[in-house]
Structures are given as C-alpha cells and as structure tokens.
Design a protein around this ligand. Structure first.
Ligand SMILES: Nc1ncnc2c1ncn2[C@@H]1O[C@H](COP(=O)(O)OP(=O)(O)OP(=O)(O)O)[C@@H](O)[C@H]1O
Length: 259
C-alpha cells in the first residue's frame, strides 16, 4: 500500500481574465513508505504545485489524492514542509526556541502533548543530531545559510513526521554546505525512517538522494519514472552514477528542457 497516491489528477491556476494555466494533466504517481522520491525538472514545470497537492495545501480539480488510502482533503499534521527560504525561522527566537515552537504552541493538532522532561530530552537529542548544540542560544541572524536549514530540519524532526515535503531545501546553499546537508538528511532518514518527497532541478542531488525520480519535462507533459538502484553512500564519480546522470540529461534534452 502506498503512503501517498495521486490518481489521475488535473490542476490549473486561474489567471487574469478567467483564463487558466494547465499545470498537471492526468497525473498518477505514488510515494511509498520509507522512500525518498524526487520530483526533478526545469523551472516552472509544476514540481512545487504537485508537492502542494500531495501535502494537502492545494486540492486537485480532477482526480483524487490518498494518504494511506484515505482521501486527502486537508494538510495533514504528520507532514512537515521545508522550503529553500530560511525566513521560515522566527528571527526573535533562539535556535532551541525555534525548534520547540510548533510543539510548544500546540500548532500541530495531530501530535499528543509530551511531558516537559521528554520534550527537553528530545530537543537535546535533535540539537546534537543536526549539529547545533553549541549554537542553541543563537538567534537566526547569527547563523549561516546551512545552519539555518539545519535548524529548520531540527524543527521538522521535533514533530516526528511521517513525511518530509522538501521544496529545493538546499537550493540557496554553496556546494560544500549543500553536500553536508544532503549527507545529514540521509543520516536522519536512516535513523528516523520517515519518507521524503523532494523537489530539485539538480540532477546530481536527485541521484545522490533518491530511491526513485519522477522526471518532469514541461507543463502537462507525462512524467518519466527512474528507479535509482545504486548502493548508498553514492559515489558521484562512479561509472554507474555517471551513466544515470547522462540518461537524465539526455531525456531532458530530448524533450527540449533545460535545467
Ligand atoms: N498561484 C499561482 N497562480 C498562477 N500561476 C502560478 C501560481 N503558482 C505557480 N504558477 C505558475 O505555474 C507554473 C508551475 O509553477 P511551479 O512553482 O509548480 O513550478 P516548479 O517546477 O516548482 O518551478 P521552480 O523550479 O521554478 O520552483 C509556473 O508557470 C508558475 O508561474
């Protein structure tokens, strides 16, 4: 049974003058339990729209989306969203306070209240796991881009999510920080067993992280699926990795898409 399943969904945005921009047409796909699935494709092809539909923030105009085979109607509290933009952190709160904020303010309706001592132990554990223990009393303004995204990841973990919805989460980082965050994400995924729906237009990032990739070539175009059967940790210089990278570039080039 899939964790999330989209069944022949259509979505379009309403534009000025009552015109509509079709984004997705007849799209069926699924996210399996414990899987990392990446939506890969050029800018503007509808990846973020699909992410918003699968997380329940948008509703398809035709077709249906199921979470554990129940019809998805609203955003669900077992899903946590992470975006590229680290303004997701509240600047007047410290790292620890930002991580605790959603659970302390009962902003996650599905989450049972935890005793303070449990909450405190969880916070300590998460601060260590995301490498922010020494910076726990810093405000976001004193953190680098990578540290901010670690804090956002920590805050998501505090909710013990079933799914992380990640929309180009490392897109604004320089390449060493990006690699560090990718490795951290994989480590946390192995330890915590959540599923990840990841959006990127970086082919190497998609191949480094994913179990499967859905390749978008343009608005309303059918998506292609690629299973990444490479052992982890993945060596970006290995012939097998390079071959898959080349296959993805070729598929995109054949459809006239540029990443
Ligand atoms: N609220 C909206 N109203 C109208 N058009 C929109 C809206 N949101 C997105 N679009 C348009 O829908 C198309 C798909 O957008 P979407 O953000 O899903 O693409 P994307 O593949 O995630 O792009 P990127 O990689 O640049 O983030 C784009 O042409 C975008 O301009």
């Amino acid at each position: 049974m899939s964790l999330l399943r989209a069944d022949q969904i259509h979505y379009s945005y309403l534009l000025q003058g009552n015109n509509r921009l079709d984004i997705l047409k007849d799209l069926s796909m699924s996210l399996n339990h414990g899987e990392i699935l990446t939506l890969l494709g050029p800018s503007g092809c509808g990846k973020s729209t699909l992410l918003k539909l699968l997380s329940g923030f948008l509703t398809p105009h035709k077709g249906r989306i199921f979470h554990d085979e129940n019809l998805l109607i609203n955003p669900f509290s077992q899903g946590q969203m992470i975006f590229q933009d680290s303004t997701q952190l509240l600047p007047w709160l410290t790292v620890s306070e930002n991580i605790l904020f959603p659970v302390c303010r009962s902003l996650l309706p599905g989450l049972k209240p935890r005793p303070d001592s449990v909450q405190k132990d969880m916070l300590q554990d998460i601060l260590k796991r995301v490498g922010l223990e020494p910076f726990k009393d810093y405000h976001p303004g004193r953190l680098s881009g990578g540290m901010k995204q670690r804090c956002v990841l920590g805050r998501a973990l505090m909710a013990e999510p079933e799914i992380l919805f990640m929309d180009e989460p490392f897109g604004s980082l320089d390449s060493p920080s990006r690699k560090e965050l990718q490795d951290l994400l994989l480590k946390l995924w192995v330890e915590r067993h959540f599923s990840i729906l990841f959006v990127t237009h970086d082919i190497a990032e998609a191949l480094s992280l994913s179990d499967r990739i859905l390749l978008f070539s343009g608005l309303t175009e059918p998506v292609q699926e690629l299973t990444v059967n490479l052992p982890r940790p993945r060596d970006r210089m290995s012939p097998a990795f390079r071959t898959l990278e080349w296959e993805l570039y070729s598929s995109l080039a054949a459809s006239g898409s540029i990443l």
